[in-house]
Every structure is written in structure tokens, then in C-alpha cells.
Design a protein around this ligand. Structure first.
Ligand SMILES: Nc1ncnc2c1ncn2[C@@H]1O[C@H](COP(=O)(O)OP(=O)(O)O)[C@@H](O)[C@H]1O
Ligand SMILES: [Mg+2]
Length: 366
């Protein structure tokens, strides 16, 4: 069912993305060591990871880093908890645990595992080395995926850049896959473009999950309703296609809700309304750690919510409201918005990337 709102696990429920899936699987089969899957929030990254890894036919581990999002800063124990969960799921799935026997700080009872905490906690480098060694003995590759990897920046006790650079160079049998919605932040966090950073210069494959075209969005909705044997008028579908701007997660949310509440236009607005609070919170979170430029950022996003603007017009708008600003500084602010995924460039114009945030900025007239 396309309109099931959980991230998808099977190909049957996963609409299209043939090109992306092929790229993803080809990269894995070619044994690429670092693969990034990137796209906006709700663009289908977790689903691609699930569906792709189920097809790749290799042992894998998915670390759900979103669990760290709840707190501004994560402790080492939080980090251990999400890794422990990932390993438990892998053990359940593949019934592999031999490699864990060699890792100090991991307790094993039957098919249950537990990490020690405090002084006796496991060493993460050792853990991944043993996993790699185990895969080598089996003559296989093993996949280690970090879903929403940029959030690892909150776990300051783990120097992830160093870890990954070292793993890239020395672990022969491990393929790392990282997903991220805040693409620029992910690059910054990994330091892939920074000559001073440990990971600089390592090859990376990138699979991008773009928004659906209008045609695909329409087709997705039509097929989804058909699966559920529900009729939807062209009028309502057109409205949803226009408002939800090709983001598969919002299309799915609309479909799921429409099956329960009827296929009406208002359901589209309800999806936007329901999600808007969270997207405003995310924006506020971004602004609150950037107090000095907060007002200018706000003028920019509000301006872009009214209409897409080019660099020059957006700068004039900011100057009108907040006084003169150097080109270089203005460009930097704009880049920060792009990096964080709030704004994107389409041709010459800048726009708000997420239709939910666009709605929130328009409706709330904040
Ligand atoms: N190709 C697809 N076909 C059907 N549903 C999808 C597809 N991609 C994503 N979805 C749905 O969209 C929503 C967001 O997907 P998810 O994989 O969680 O995105 P992300 O990880 O990028 O935030 C979920 O409800 C998921 O079921
Ligand atoms: Mg996800």
C-alpha cells in the first residue's frame, strides 16, 4: 500500500524510484565504501534504505540517529543506546553474533545482547573492526547505515569524522551509508569538502531523492487510491499535486488521511496544517542559535514565502527592512538557509523548499 505512513520496507509498497534504487544497489554491489542518500525531509530516504538493503542481500545494520534529535546534546549513553538497538535488530534479522563475542563490554545471552555502560562500555572502534573482520571471514561485505547522520553531531563524545576516515581507510569489508535531510549540514559535519578534515578527498557516491514531478505526483496518488479502491476526483488530485509540491511523504500523508476522512481538498490543507507546527519549530530552532541575524533570516524566509525571488531582489528586501548589508554577508546568510534545507534554488530564483514550511509561513503571518 502506497498510503501506509510508516517508512516502506518492501518494493511492492515503494512507488517508482527505479533510478535511485538502481544507483543505490549498483554502488553497494560495486563495493563503494561511502554512499550518501540525500533529500529533503519526507523525500523517502529511510524507505530507500529499507527497501534497498532488503534487496542487496548483505548483512546490514541501520542506526537510527533521529532518536538523538529529541535532545540538543546527546550523552555517550544515548549514543550507545541507539547503537545497541541497531545491533539488536541486526542480530534478530541475520542471527549473527559471533563478532560480538570478541568485543569487550558487550554481554551476550542467547540471542540477546546488551552493552555495558560506564567504565566497561564497549569501544566503538573495536566494535566496527570486529564486524568488519567477521564479514571478511564470511567473504561478504557488511553495510553500516546511519539514518539522518548529521544528527550525530549532537553526540560530541564520538569523533565521527575521525572514526569514519579511519574506517574508510582500514575496514576492507564495510560499506557505510549515510542519509541526511540537511544536506549542507551533513557535508559540513563530515567535512567532505574541507581540506583540513580527516575525510577530505575520499570518494563518495551520492544518491539524490528529488521531489516528484507533477506528473509523477499525480500518478502516485491515482495508483494509491486505486490500490485502496477509492475514487478521487481530478479536481482534488490536482489541488493536492499543486500544494504538496512533489514531496512523497506529504502525498502519502494526504492519501492516508483521505482514505479515512474522504477525498476532499480540505484534507490537503489539514495535512499542511498538522505538520506546520513542527516545521516552524525547526525553523525557530535554527534561528534561536543565530540570534544576531535572526531578524534578517526571518525577513528572507517570509519574503520567499510570498514569492520566489532572485538574489538581488531578496537582498533589496532585506535592506529595506533591516538596513544595508554587505553582499558577502548577505550571500552567507542565504547559503546558511540553503544548507539547512529551508530554502532552495530553482533556476535563478530562491524558494522555500518544503511546502509545509511554505504553508506555515504564509498562514501564520508571523
Ligand atoms: N517511493 C515511495 N513510495 C511510497 N511511499 C513512499 C515512498 N517514499 C517514501 N514514502 C512514504 O513517504 C513518507 C516519508 O518517507 P521516509 O522514507 O520516512 O522519508 P525520509 O526518511 O526522507 O524522511 C513515509 O510515509 C513513506 O511511507
Ligand atoms: Mg527518514
Amino acid at each position: 500500500m502506497y498510503f501506509d505512513e510508516e517508512p516502506k520496507h518492501s518494493l511492492e509498497d515503494f512507488y517508482d524510484r527505479e533510478g535511485e534504487l538502481k544507483e543505490f544497489l549498483d554502488s553497494i554491489r560495486a563495493g563503494r565504501k561511502l554512499i550518501l542518500a540525500i533529500g529533503l525531509r519526507r523525500s523517502g530516504k529511510t524507505s530507500l534504505l529499507n527497501v534497498g538493503l532488503a534487496l542487496a542481500n548483505l548483512p546490514y545494520l541501520i542506526v537510527d540517529v533521529r532518536e538523538l534529535a529529541k535532545f540538543p546534546r546527546a550523552t555517550h549513553s544515548d549514543l550507545l543506546r541507539i547503537l545497541e538497538r541497531a545491533i539488536r535488530r541486526m542480530v534478530e534479522r541475520h542471527r549473527v553474533m559471533d563478532f560480538l563475542k570478541r568485543v569487550k563490554g558487550v554481554k551476550i545471552y542467547g540471542f540477546e545482547i546488551e552493552f555495558e555502560r560506564g567504565e566497561k562500555k564497549p569501544d566503538l572502534g573495536e566494535l566496527f573492526e570486529e564486524l568488519d573482520r567477521w564479514a571478511g571471514k564470511k567473504g561478504k561485505k557488511v553495510v553500516v547505515a546511519f539514518d539522518e547522520a548529521q544528527l550525530l553531531a549532537r553526540a560530541t563524545t564520538w569523533r565521527f569524522q575521525m572514526f569514519l576516515a579511519h574506517a574508510y581507510d582500514y575496514l576492507r569489508n564495510t560499506i557505510f551509508i549515510l542519509t541526511g535531510s540537511e544536506v549542507g549540514l551533513l557535508y559540513d559535519f563530515l567535512g567532505v569538502d574541507d581540506p583540513e578534515a580527516p575525510l577530505y578527498g575520499r570518494h563518495r557516491e551520492e544518491v539524490k531523492l528529488d521531489r516528484f514531478s507533477e506528473e509523477k505526483s499525480r500518478d502516485f496518488l491515482l495508483k494509491g487510491f486505486k490500490q485502496a479502491r477509492v475514487k478521487a476526483s481530478a479536481d482534488v488530485i490536482d489541488y493536492a499535486v499543486k500544494k504538496l509540491d512533489g514531496i512523497v511523504g506529504w502525498l502519502t500523508a494526504f492519501g492516508g488521511k483521505a482514505l479515512k476522512m474522504g477525498t476532499r481538498k480540505e484534507v490537503v490543507d489539514e495535512v499542511l496544517e498538522e505538520e506546520s507546527k513542527l516545521s516552524i519549530q525547526e525553523l525557530e530552532h535554527f534561528l534561536n542559535v543565530r540570534m544576531i541575524a535572526k531578524k534578517r533570516y526571518m525577513v528572507m524566509v517570509k519574503g520567499l514565502a510570498k514569492e520566489p525571488l532572485g538574489w538581488g531582489n531578496l537582498k533589496s528586501l532585506v535592506e529595506k527592512e533591516c538596513g544595508p548589508i554587505y553582499n558577502k554577508n548577505f550571500t552567507e546568510l542565504l547559503h546558511n538557509l540553503v544548507k539547512a534545507g529551508f530554502v532552495e534554488q530553482r533556476g535563478e530564483l530562491y524558494t522555500i523548499s518544503d511546502p509545509v514550511l511554505l504553508y506555515a509561513l504564509k498562514e501564520k503571518r508571523r
